[in-house]
Design a protein around this ligand. Structure first.
Ligand SMILES: C[S@@+](CC[C@H](N)C(=O)[O-])C[C@H]1O[C@@H](n2cnc3c(N)ncnc32)[C@H](O)[C@@H]1O
Length: 264
């Protein structure tokens, strides 16, 4: 086994990160970023460093998972959710289940929770759960804390800011309990083949699969298809797409916003 392959095996064992499901280029770039910071010259040297320094596992895991996100990222998607998708579900259902897969530090599920709160408040008999998952436990810790710098809130208007957030003494803002209560955060690996729940009405998995191999993307599309209820919605990231092999599992709902529906 060459030095790179043997390093990947250790990463999988120590960090629980299955590198083989990601594009090799991506993994190499992320490892190189750690090699620069740890002054290690090649994969073998970095491998030795990793084995000798257990404290390197966390920063390596952080480097492998890119957590960039913000509230109401791509606002048009949230407009479609607010105007069309959530009202459709509220009309038809008493229980609504949403899975926000690859939720990073929580801004996306909390944005959905704000919409749900604003719409469902008129329908008190409706029960909504948002499952929010990520592989990165560090990101999930921040998500659970629900405390943010104001710069991640630039797409949140003043009315929502006052209604759904508390301004703290340190200048940061905190999500209010009536929004938090909708969201259940859990650690979950999207390459594990397991779903977080069944009969889901919406799955959002945005800006997560860009670095997955084609095979892994197809497997994930199959997983989401089986986890969705009939007519359930699948929301992808703006630059993500469905592979040929799995296209037939979904029908387009809003092509511009990359929103699909379960086909059968
Ligand atoms: C760029 S963020 C996207 C956050 C949010 N969905 C958005 O669009 O703003 C990508 C997230 O995917 C997560 N991720 C990467 N691989 C994953 C996996 N195998 N299982 C679960 N989450 C994963 C990363 O930890 C990271 O938090």
């Amino acid at each position: 086994m060459d030095g790179f392959a043997s390093l990947l095996r250790s990463i999988e064992r120590l960090a629980g990160f299955k590198c083989s499901n990601y594009k090799e280029d991506y993994i190499k770039r992320r490892i190189l970023s750690r090699m620069r910071l740890t002054n290690t010259a090649d994969y073998e040297a970095y491998h030795k460093y990793l084995l000798a320094n257990p404290q390197e596992v966390d920063p390596l895991r952080n480097a492998l998972t890119i957590n960039v996100t913000r509230f109401f990222r791509d606002p048009e998607v949230f407009e479609v959710l607010q105007r069309d998708i959530l009202p459709d579900l509220i009309r038809r259902k008493k229980t609504i289940r949403i899975w926000c897969a690859g939720c990073a530090t929580g801004e996306e599920p909390y944005s959905i929770a704000i919409l749900v709160h604003e719409l469902a408040i008129l329908h008190r008999d409706i029960n909504v759960t948002i499952y929010a998952t990520d592989i990165d436990t560090g990101a999930l810790k921040k998500a659970v804390a629900g405390i943010y710098d104001e710069k991640t809130l630039e797409n949140v208007d003043g009315r929502r800011l006052r209604k759904h957030f508390i301004r703290r003494d340190d200048g940061r803002v905190e999500v209010r309990p009536h929004i938090r209560d909708f969201v259940k955060f859990r650690q979950h690996d999207l390459t594990s083949g397991a779903s977080i729940a069944r009969y889901l009405d919406i799955v959002t998995c945005r800006n997560v699969t860009i670095y997955f191999t084609e095979k892994q993307k197809n497997e994930l599309a199959r997983l989401f298809h089986s986890a969705l209820a009939i007519d359930g919605y699948y929301i992808m990231g703006k630059t993500e797409y469905l592979g040929r092999e799995v296209e037939h599992l979904f029908t387009p709902y809003n092509i511009a916003q990359k929103i699909l529906r379960k086909a059968m």
